[in-house]
Design a binder for this molecule. Structure first.
Ligand code: PEP
Length: 295
């Protein structure tokens, strides 16, 4: 493990490799599901209908490592991004079983999820390893989708805001303002993720996104207004429209409900419908008031 409990100095700002693009986001991680044939069949079916929503959304799929190459070959040409579910913080070395950011780039990944709750729970991922992985991803030109979220225990003690804000601050500790456009945050409360859980209400999700937004702006200034904040945790096609219209929610990160092509497409269409209200690539809600009045 590199990095300790103390903060690391921010890297100096350099011109960003990443475009600021605030079309709403919709993506799925397949976690450890599907075999190669299923992966390619899914990708081909998704590609066949991507024209319905790809121009109005930033859509992405995060397959297991072995399928990234095959899926990227199908989805990238139709405007979808493909990424990984994890990455190592070093670019190469004696780390048996691990995969580095440059390797992900080689196989067509353009983004990577970092710090998912399941990695924190089952694989000992910490806020500090998340921070190191974010730095590594950005240095290789991968967008870093940083996953944060509190457990039910923090809700009981009403410390959830403090908990999530701390996660965000540590995760972004090594990021320069110039690299911030490469960062996305997924707020995924642990109590809302997976089988048998219920999603956060749109209000709960929106409130926490507001806290995350305030934190990022406090750390980085105005550029923090453009960091996409995605909600994840038991999103369904029925629940998606109510979530995506929230002021502070810029996208949805979906598990089970998007593991079928129909499920992904239904949610992507809901997000795209909202995307039609975006103006010149910016969410209408982020257009200054005067402009909004003219709309
Ligand atoms: C997730 O695990 O990131 C997730 C959002 O899963 P689900 O939608 O299945 O709750």
């Amino acid at each position: 493990m590199v990095g300790g409990e103390t903060g690391r100095a921010q890297r100096p700002s350099a011109p960003s490799l990443f475009d600021v693009d605030s079309r709403p986001w919709i993506g799925t991680s397949w976690k450890m599901t599907k075999r190669l044939l299923e992966a390619v069949t899914y990708a081909e079916a998704l590609a066949a209908q991507a024209a319905d929503y790809s121009h109005l959304t930033n859509s992405f799929v995060l397959p297991p490592f072995p399928f990234i190459d095959a899926v990227a070959r199908v989805l990238r040409p139709v405007g979808l991004s493909v990424g990984a579910q994890n990455v190592h913080w070093m670019s190469s070395g004696p780390f048996t079983g691990e995969v580095s950011a440059p390797m992900l780039v080689d196989v067509g990944a353009s983004m990577v999820a970092i710090g998912h709750a399941e990695r924190r729970e089952h694989f000992g991922e910490t806020d500090h390893s998340v921070r190191d992985k974010v730095v590594a991803a950005l240095a290789s030109g991968l967008r870093a989708l940083v996953c944060v979220g509190e457990s039910a225990a923090e809700r009981v003690t009403r410390t959830e805001i403090e908990y999530v804000v701390r996660q965000v601050k540590i995760a972004l500790d090594g990021v320069s303002a110039g690299d911030l456009p490469g960062v996305l945050i997924a707020y995924e409360p642990i109590w809302a993720i997976g089988e048998g859980s219920t999603p956060a209400s749109p209000e709960q999700a929106n409130d926490m996104h507001g806290e995350i937004r305030r934190t990022i702006v406090q750390l980085f200034g105005d550029v923090g207004e453009t960091t996409p904040l995605l909600y994840g945790g038991s999103v369904t096609r029925e629940g998606a429209p109510g979530l995506i219209v929230q002021d502070e929610i810029d996208g949805l990160f979906v598990g089970r409900a998007a593991w079928t092509v129909d499920g992904f497409a239904a949610i992507a269409r809901a997000v795209a419908e909202y995307g039609e209200h975006c103006v010149e690539g910016r969410h209408a809600r982020r257009v200054p008031d005067q402009r909004q009045e003219q709309l």
